[in-house]
Design a protein around this ligand. Sequence first.
Ligand code: 5GP
Ligand code: ZN
Length: 115
Amino acid sequence: MTDSCIFCKIISGEAKATVVYRDEQVIAFRDIHPVAPTHILIVPNKHVESVSTLESEDEPLIGHLFTVASQLANEEGISKGGYRLITNTGVDGGQTVPHLHLHLIGGRRMRYPMG
Ligand code: 5GP
Ligand code: ZN
């Protein structure tokens, strides 16, 4: 828990969010500014700043984020059509909340190229 971190506040219940899934390792909630019909953030309960600060002991946690993403995509009905998973990292990567998270975005055709 980091006092100033909005995602830590959502995890602790101090801040509200539309939570769609939670377990002992992760929480998933709808993005406050969705960019597609489905836009869910999958977030470790543990405060990890970004991919840049991951340690080898975090490998099972990262695997779990993807498994939960797959499960939620099924529940949202977007698995067949496809979807995009994004983890912005650091300032140049466009990360605005410094608590690692996976964006699950789908329900419309994604544009390409990215960036
Ligand atoms: P980033 O830019 O760090 O990759 O993504 C942060 C995401 O968190 C953004 O898409 C933003 O809309 C979302 N976000 C920021 N603050 C809140 C909040 O208080 N509640 C929710 N549900 N989403 C938030
Ligand atoms: Zn945090």
